[in-house]
Design a protein around this ligand. Structure first.
Ligand code: ADP
Length: 452
């Protein structure tokens, strides 16, 4: 097993990884920007190295600085967390070339799944159903118009190198498509440095269902059931639950087998997530994330498996030591993403936390790096806390989330706590009747002056 792991990330996920290391008796190295000197994971780590100024490009994406920090602290392995360098195949390769273990998949698998056009082609070869699409990138507006004609409107313009819901545009007809292509292309170039676009049939009422898989790269493959991440705003997940209230056991077994067969076939190693849209009983693969996900805790709660611990064990050469038959999925878990953002404009709300009280009690888990007096820096993602609750039944879980949200106090900055509290009294949500477009309608209906 590793003696020392360097955590190449920040915020709640860095803390989550640090906690897993501590419980495994592994020393930790935090790397941080000058804006994060007082961050919780920096305070708790055995060693900390400042790797640059606040701008991510100069710190959390600064590969030479991170590799140097690993060298001088004598770390054995690097955990990339999520975001930043987690899905950068070149980084994974460089980590290994410098003699460190990369706690994640092989560079080849990261590369394959990182290009969504290639990933969908691979998925199709592996027997996964996919949303009808342009079958490759569309280089020109003419090619896009032809493809859209074949697929049928509405279509969704997506970036091949996309992520985080960025670079996506809906087009309901040829006129809209021309504009959508030009906006999406410049967005894709700015955000991902790759302006390749493709088209997909735009589904009007899908749910986002994703399968968590774990592979040891030595033949051991399991899934930990699905997560329903349909509660989204601007294509970004806000609430996730496991298991999905929309699937039955038969559908779960079906999609679980498809997902595990696919990753077994390619010899995948590590944790990963296959994302699907689900509409009228049919599944459509959209992408695979070759990393830990923000919403991994809900799968941990219903499966009893510590996914981060398993990532570390696998990277150290361990085998799973259990099979699908050993995975017992029980109870229900829900995660609320608490963002530092203005409740109406959704603009980021960084600043000093002057009051902090996290909920507790039975079945409540809070993954957060906040503390009273901490200053949320303006340079990074607005996620500041994840409230995860477990219940024997979905109903018990919902009541617990509602109770825990009422206890949560985050003072000094704006957050979306109020939105979560409102959600937890909405009948559609409580009944599990929602699709990926539902939250946008809900938010609009709540605006001052809206009917209803
Ligand atoms: P990203 O990598 O940017 O997160 P995804 O491909 O995972 O992009 O899609 C994010 C979300 O966008 C999905 O969960 C879903 O809500 C929406 N979406 C993606 N593809 C489609 C589609 N073909 N039709 C309708 N909605 C879609």
């Amino acid at each position: 097993m590793f003696e020392k792991v360097l955590i190449a990330n920040r915020g709640e996920i860095a803390l989550r990884i640090l906690r897993a290391c501590r419980e495994m008796g592994i020393q930790t190295v935090a790397v941080h920007s000058t804006a994060d000197s007082d961050a919780m994971h920096v305070r708790l780590a055995d060693e900390a190295v400042c790797i640059g100024p606040p701008a991510p490009r100069e710190s959390y994406l600064n590969v030479p600085a991170i590799l140097t920090a690993a060298t001088i602290t004598n770390a054995d392995a690097i955990h990339p967390g999520l975001g930043f360098l987690a899905e950068n195949a070149d980084f994974a390769a460089m980590v290994e070339e410098h003699g460190f273990a990369f706690i994640g998949p092989t560079p080849e698998h990261i590369r394959l799944m990182g290009d969504k056009v290639q990933a969908k082609l691979a998925a199709r070869r592996l027997g996964l159903p996919t949303v009808p699409d342009s079958e490759g990138a569309v280089a020109t507006v003419e090619a896009a118009l032809d493809a859209a004609q074949r697929i049928g409107y509405p279509v969704l313009v997506k970036a091949a190198g996309g992520g985080g819901g960025r670079g996506m545009r809906v087009a309901r007809g040829a006129d809209q498509l021309k504009g959508a292509i030009s906006v999406a292309r410049s967005e894709a170039k700015a955000f991902f440095g790759n302006d390749a676009l493709y088209l997909e049939k735009y589904l009007t009422q899908p749910r986002h269902i994703e399968m968590q898989i774990l592979c040891d790269g030595q033949g051991g493959v399991v899934h930990l059931g699905e997560r329903d991440c349909s509660i989204q705003r601007s294509h970004q997940k806000i609430v996730e639950e496991a298991l999905s209230p929309a699937l039955n056991a038969e559908e779960r077994a079906y999609i679980g087998k498809l997902a595990t067969d696919a990753v077994r076939e390619i010899g995948y190693r590590g944790a990963g997530t296959l994302e699907f849209l689900y509409e009228e009983g049919a599944f459509y693969f959209i992408e695979m994330n070759t990393r830990l996900q923000v919403e991994h805790p809900v799968s941990e709660m219903v499966s009893g498996v510590d996914i981060v611990r398993e990532q570390i064990r696998i990277a150290a050469g361990g085998t799973l030591g259990y099979t699908q038959a050993d995975i017992r999925l029980a109870g229900h878990a829900i995660e609320c993403r608490i963002n530092a953002e203005h409740p109406e404009t959704f603009l980021p709300s960084p600043g000093r936390i002057d009051e902090y009280h996290a909920p507790g009690g039975p079945g409540v888990r809070v993954d957060s790096h906040l503390y009273s007096g901490y200053v949320v820096p303006p340079h990074y993602d607005s996620l500041v806390a994840k409230l995860i609750c477990f219940g024997v039944t979905r109903n018990e879980c919902l009541m617990r989330v509602r109770r825990a949200l009422a206890e949560f106090v985050i003072g000094g900055i704006e957050t979306n706590l109020a939105l979560h509290r409102r959600l937890l009294t909405n009948h559609d949500f409580l009944d599990g009747r929602y699709d990926v477009h539902w939250l946008e309608r809900f938010v609009t209906s709540q605006r001052p002056g809206a009917d209803s």
